[in-house]
Structure formats: C-alpha cells, structure tokens
Ligand binder design. Structure first.
Ligand code: ADP
Ligand code: MG
Ligand code: ZN
Length: 640
C-alpha cells in the first residue's frame, strides 16, 4: 500500500468526482428552469373542419387507424422553448418547426384520397413528435457533459502514459503496479565485464530467443527460467537487460518488492497480467528482480500473516507451469538470498538453471573499470591494474562508482581528463567517504591516530605473510574514520593460510598495541579493528578448522554466502563457550605478538609517526624507505 500505488489512481478518481458535481448542478438548474413536461394535447375537430383544413393546404401529414385520423399542421417554432443549455446558441438557429396535432373520426369518403393528393398531404406517416423538454435536456446538457467526460478521460490517459516514462503504465482496471516493457534495453554483453561464465550460460538463451524454431524443430525445450544469483551490485540486472538487448526482444521487468506493497489480491493479478502481456509479445524476456521478496519459503502453518505474498508466489508458480516454453518467453530472476527461496521455485520446469554472478576477481575488476572508463575522458597512462588491486572485494557497482567519483573530482578541480590520482582518491572515497579537512581533530588526537596507523603498518611490514602497505593517512573521512592504513595484495589471493590469518589479526591489533605502548592509554579508535579481528578469529575456529582445540569441525554455518554476517551456531552452548575462549586466546596472543614487534621497532615507530603527523598522508614507498633507511637498527625483517 505504498505511495507508488496511490498516485496514478488518484487523478482519474478525482476527475470523476468533479464530473459528478457538475452533473448534479446542471440537473438541478434544469429542474428549476424547464417547466414540467406536459402531456401533449391533441385537438379534436369535426370531419368537415378536417376537410376544409386539407383544402386550404394547412394539413402537412396524417396517419390513420381503422376508426380515426390523426393529422397535423405546422406552426412556427417558439424560440423561448430552447433557452439555455450548453449548446443552446448552436441549436436554436436550426430548430425544426413545431406541430399541432388534431384528430377526427373516420368517415367513408371516396374523394378523400384525391383531395389529399391534391393538397400534397403525405399518408401514414408516423406522428411527428415535438422535441420534448426531456429530449431538449438530453441534447443540451447530458450529451455535452458526456463529451467532456470522454475528452477528460482521453487526456488523463495520455498523461498517465507520459508519466509512465519509457514503459507502459498499467493503471486502469487491472493491477496497479507498473510493468515496464522496454522494446530495446540498449544493453549488450559488451556492457557487462568480467562475468564470462554467466555470459556463456546466457548465450544459449539469447540463441533460443533469436531462433525458437530451431529448438522446437528438434523437440528441445530450453529451461523456462534462469536464476541469477550473487551479491548486490555484481551486474545481475545488467545481465538480464543485456540478454534482452542481444536477442532484440522486449524486456518486461518487475521487482519483487513491488508485489509486496500491493493491496490484497493485487500481487496475483499482477503476475497474471505480466504473463499475459509477455505471451502476447513473445519472444521476450520477463525479469523478476529481487525474487526473494515473493519467493521466500512458505511458512508451514502458524501465524504466517502473509497470505498475500503466498498467493503471489502461487500464482507465479501456476503461470510458470502453464505457459508454453516453446513460444519464446524466457523468465530471468535475480536474488542475493538464494538460500531463502522456496524449493518449489527451484524445481525442474521452473528456475532450474542457476547462474552464479560472483564478485569480480582482479581481471574482472580491471575489465569493469575499463568498460566504465569508456564513458569518461580518461588519461592514457592510468594504471587500471593498480586500481584493480586496490579494490579487492569491490562489486561492479562500486567500481562503476569509483570511475564516476574520479570524473567528478576532475571536474571539481577544473580538469578535463580523469587521472590516476583521481581514481586513487575515489577508491578511498568509496571505501571511507570524502575527506573532512575541517573535522576539528586536535593535534593530540592526530598524534594518537598517527601512532595507531603506523602501528598497523609496522606490524604488517614486519611479518612475512602480509600484504604490502600501500598508503597510510590520517586525514579524517566522512565515514567517521580518522585515518587508515591501506594494504594492497600484489596479485589475486583466493586462499588464506593459517599463518596469514594470524598475521592479519596481529596487524589489526597493531593499532591498539601502538597506542598502549606509546601513551599507556587506549582509545575507542580501535573499535573497527577489534570487530574485524574477532570475526576472523572466530571464523578460524568455527568454520576454517584452524584451531588445535576443535580441529575440522564446523561449529557455525553460513546462512547466506553473500551477506557475510548471516551465520548461525551449530554447536551446544558448552562448546560455544569454549569457542569464545579460544577466540579470545587467539586475539590476545596476536596482540602480544604485535606488541613485541612494536617494542622491537620503537625507534622506527616514533620516526614514521612523526613523519605521518607532519605529512598526513604517506605512500607505501615512503614508508618502506624510512623503515629500511638507517642501519642503526639492524634486525631482520622476517617474521618472529
Ligand atoms: P545487481 O542487479 O547485481 O545488484 P546491477 O546490475 O544493478 O547489480 O549493477 C549496478 C551497476 O553496476 C550497473 O548498472 C553497472 O553500471 C555496474 N556493474 C555491475 N556489474 C558490472 C559488470 N560486470 N560490468 C560492468 N558494469 C557493472
Ligand atoms: Mg539488481
Ligand atoms: Zn586501526
């Protein structure tokens, strides 16, 4: 029952309301102005009078029954009868003359026919009726109003179409949410970078849509539906559009969340509409985005409280079973919570093909950056590889955003091309938000932040299995971070060894360790580090089988691979307590190790922290240069 549904409905309803008022007012006026409708009088005359009227040419026509003649004469029209009326001015000029009716008994008279002929009177005509006040009223009031109503309807319909944008807004009668039908999505596979497997899987569908007959001839039926599964922003919607674009077929799309906000019964009606339209337009693509919102597992009994969603889902299942797959309607759906989908949706004949759309790897990230870089003017010597390496874990949408942020920065600085520095800055903007030079961080605080960040960097640099430090900064960002240390892997990493995991925890604790070591006091600045370290230590114990105490036992299951926080414990409460102890032990051990490293390199810690405080940002090279500079602390750099 969201806003979306009310808006298109209100306009025509309000119009009808106004029409009603206008009609009422006119009715009232007419009732007062127009005299009551009198019974039409017929004058009775004698036969003699009738004959003389015939002879004198007064009679215009007559009709007769077995015992009576009814005849009429013409009398000039009375203008005052037609006063008023919306069309009064138009109709009064051409108004027909009025008639007076007479009747007389029928006498045997052979000469009558001759006489009538001579007088030019026509026979057996229907008795003319003068326009009664009622007819006047209809002509002058009801008809014009009906015309206005009709014109109003047509206009408002045209307006609705326009408001619907590129799609057809289905607003009258049927369901209320919009089904967007695009005849050309304008996207092709070239617009989708780095999703080679997904594209490969979808190419068959494109071929099928190009030439359904080829498949029908041999008797093959393609899957009716394919489910695009992956984290947000990886290009699922984009891929669906690209399939339609490649196949040059219409693209019907609707988002699952639109079903949810509908009135009772609307969701199911909507699904019916969608498939009806799609069948008419076949071959075409029907795309249901966020299908998990309607396709959630149906509750077994109890207070489900969501019959509406269930009805919608049932209708969807019915429609998918009902339509002929050979006609060339292919249904694509997208979700980032595949585990929550109702099994009925996934069985053969429905969404039985599952296409993973994962976060891009290094190669994919570089490809995506290049695709989006084509949209902007970019300098020739930009190192996309470096940006790709710095954005490990970023989705396609985030990478697109990085390019755009870079372009915006170039504009802000009055340049006409995007440079490497723009992109590097926008990586940080996307990770940590914009710089906040006016954040009002005091010098004392800056000192603490400096030591904290250099603490991370030093611990990272003094361990063998740790990603190189790329940048350290203490410029505050809009996300609330006061500084951070960026580490960038040299290549793509897919596995993490136990040692690397422990090193990572040590690095994360390095910030807090430096604070304590230097100032003998600790701050809230380490909150995020603590959270990350705990999460990783916990995963080592419960999921990676990396603790001696528990070994290879899964103590926790991941509910959703794409929403990382979504896990649940699968062990007894006693074990859970032991797990907690183990996690605490791991983190504490690494903290102590970090502290050791810092104590050992105390001189470098002071030197680099002072340098950072002065410069606010230092690069990985500068950092390594200072670290390796003086031989006064000749210790090995290998792990301890
Ligand atoms: P999803 O539907 O998976 O959440 P979208 O398809 O809506 O993601 O992607 C959002 C935007 O991110 C796209 O419009 C596109 O600009 C960009 N994008 C995402 N993935 C890719 C990709 N693989 N190649 C190019 N651009 C991408
Ligand atoms: Mg999407
Ligand atoms: Zn930190």
């Amino acid at each position: 029952m969201g806003m979306k549904n009310d808006e298109p409905k209100r306009t025509p309803k309000r119009l009808l309301y106004y029409y009603g008022i206008i009609l009422l007012v006119t009715l009232l006026l007419n009732a007062l102005v127009i005299p009551s409708i009198a019974e039409r009088s017929i004058t009775e005359v004698t036969y003699d009078q009738f004959l003389s009227m015939v002879d004198s040419g007064q009679v215009k026509g007559l009709s007769r029954t077995s015992d009576q003649i009814t005849f009429w004469t013409e009398t000039p029209a009375k203008d005052n009868q037609n006063s008023g009326g919306l069309f009064g001015a138009l109709t009064s000029g051409s108004q027909a003359s009025d008639f007076t009716l007479y009747k007389t008994g029928l006498w045997p008279d052979e000469t009558l026919t001759e006489r009538l002929d001579k007088a030019g009177v026509s026979f057996s005509e229907a008795i003319p009726t003068r326009a009664t006040p009622l007819q006047n009223f209809i002509m002058n009031w009801v008809l014009p109003i009906l015309m206005f109503v009709a014109i109003g309807q047509i206009l408002s319909r045209m307006m609705m179409k326009r408001m619907g944008g590129m799609g057809n807004a289905m607003t009258f009668g049927k369901s209320n949410a919009k089904i967007y039908a695009e005849t050309e999505t304008g996207k092709t596979f070239a617009d989708v970078a780095g999703q080679e497997e997904a594209k490969e899987a979808l190419k068959e569908i494109v071929d099928f849509l190009h030439n359904p007959k080829k498949y029908a001839d041999i008797g093959a039926t393609l899957p009716k539906g394919a489910l695009l599964v992956g984290p947000p922003g990886t290009g699922k919607t984009l891929l669906a559009k690209a399939v339609a674009g490649e196949a040059h077929v219409p693209f019907f799309s609707i988002s699952g969340s639109e079903f949810v906000e509908m009135f009772v019964g609307m969701g199911a009606a909507k699904v019916r509409d969608l498939f009806k339209q799609a069948n008419e337009k076949a071959p075409c693509i029907v795309f249901i985005d966020e299908i998990d919102t309607i396709g959630k597992k149906r509750d077994s009994g109890g207070f489900s409280g969501n019959d509406e969603r269930e009805q919608t889902l049932n209708q969807l299942l019915t429609e998918m079973d009902g339509f002929d797959g050979r006609k060339g309607v292919v249904i694509l759906a997208a979700t980032n919570r595949p585990e929550s989908l109702d099994k009925a949706l996934l069985r053969p004949g429905r969404f039985d093909r599952r296409i993973p759309v994962e976060l891009p790897d290094l190669k994919g990230r570089v490809a995506i950056l290049k695709v989006h870089a084509k949209q902007v003017k970019i300098s020739d010597n930009v190192d996309f590889d470096a940006i790709g390496r710095a954005t490990s874990g970023a989705s396609g949408a985030e990478l697109a955003n990085i390019i755009n942020e870079g372009a915006l920065r170039a504009v802000r600085q009055g340049r006409s091309v995007v440079t490497q520095a723009d992109l590097e800055e926008s990586v940080e903007v996307v990770i940590a938000g914009y710089q906040r030079k006016d954040a009002g961080v005091s010098v004392d605080e800056k000192r603490i932040v400096s030591y904290h960040e250099v603490g991370h960097a030093l611990v990272a640099a003094c361990q063998s299995h740790s990603a190189p430090v790329h940048k350290i900064t203490i410029i505050p960002r809009t996300s609330g971070t006061l500084g951070y240390t960026m580490q960038v892997e040299e290549g793509e990493r897919f596995l993490m060894s136990r040692e690397e995991a422990l090193n990572k925890i040590a690095t994360l604790t390095g910030g807090r360790a430096a604070e304590e070591f230097m100032f003998h006091s600790i701050t809230t600045g380490a909150a995020n580090d603590i959270e990350q370290a705990t999460k990783l230590a916990r995963a080592m114990v419960t999921r990676y089988g990396m603790s001696d105490q528990f070994g290879m036992v899964a103590l926790e299951t991941v509910n959703n691979p794409y929403l990382s926080a979504d896990t649940s414990m699968t062990c007894s409460p006693e074990t859970a307590r032991l797990v907690d102890e183990e996690v605490i032990r791991i983190v504490r051990e690494q903290y102590e190790r970090a502290m050791e490293i810092l104590k050992e390199h105390a001189g470098k810690l002071n030197e680099i922290a002072a340098y950072l405080l002065e410069r606010e940002t230092i690069t990985g090279e500068e950092f390594m240069e200072i670290l390796n500079r003086k031989p006064e602390e000749p210790e090995t750099e290998k792990g301890i």
